[in-house]
Design a protein around this ligand. Structure first.
Ligand code: GDP
Ligand code: MG
Length: 176
């Protein structure tokens, strides 16, 4: 039998980036609107959250995977990348090393993810003005160099959190 359904297609979306950049916080903020100032334990992030985002009256279903304990470069399994439709790649604007590691992450992504994967680079913790170590322009320049979308976000204030996921959903909708 042919099963006819108006259920939206599920798009596998993965949060990537060094440990401590705010991946879990960003997802929790998007999912619940809440922010906790402590670190989430590594085990909390295992699994995924499903969210439906409406873009131009079309429902886009995101199955968002949080990576935890696998952040160390090259320890995220390649199979995990392979069937991803979208990747949100985070660095922490107060942590220069997390920004410098983005090139390595992008290299890894280019090697193992699908060619048409949607990539959004996010400079998180944009609320931390005084501790900033990475300028907005540096994020923009890197994103241009790799031809990926870019935003600065804050899981604490909520700045651009919904917008980032909506932008990803919009791009996924356009490509499907
Ligand atoms: P993960 O390892 O990438 O999942 O990072 P977490 O979500 O566990 O966050 C690491 C730490 O950064 C925690 O203490 C969070 O409260 C904090 N944090 C995460 N996002 C933000 C943010 O946007 N602003 C500020 N000020 N702190 C944040
Ligand atoms: Mg985490």
């Amino acid at each position: 039998d042919v099963i006819v359904s108006d259920e939206p297609v599920v798009h596998k979306t993965i949060l990537l980036g060094d440990s401590g950049v705010g991946k879990t916080s960003l997802l929790v903020k998007f999912d619940t609107g809440k922010f906790h100032s402590g670190s989430f334990s590594a085990t909390v992030g295992i699994g995924f959250t499903t969210k439906v985002v409406t873009v131009d009256n079309t429902k886009v279903k995101l199955q968002i995977w949080d990576t935890a304990g696998q952040e160390r470069f090259r320890s995220v399994t390649h199979a995990y990348y392979r069937d991803a439709h979208a990747l949100l790649l985070l660095y922490d604007v107060t942590n220069k090393t997390s920004f410098d590691n983005i090139r390595a992450w992008l290299g890894e992504i280019r090697e193992y993810a699908q060619d048409d994967v949607v990539i959004m680079l996010l400079g998180n913790k944009a609320d931390c003005g005084l501790d900033r170590a990475v300028r907005r322009e540096d994020g923009e320049r890197l994103a241009r160099e790799y031809n990926v979308a870019f935003m600065e976000t804050s899981a604490k204030s909520g700045q651009n959190v919904e917008l980032a996921f909506i932008a990803v959903a919009r791009e996924l909708k356009c490509r499907s």
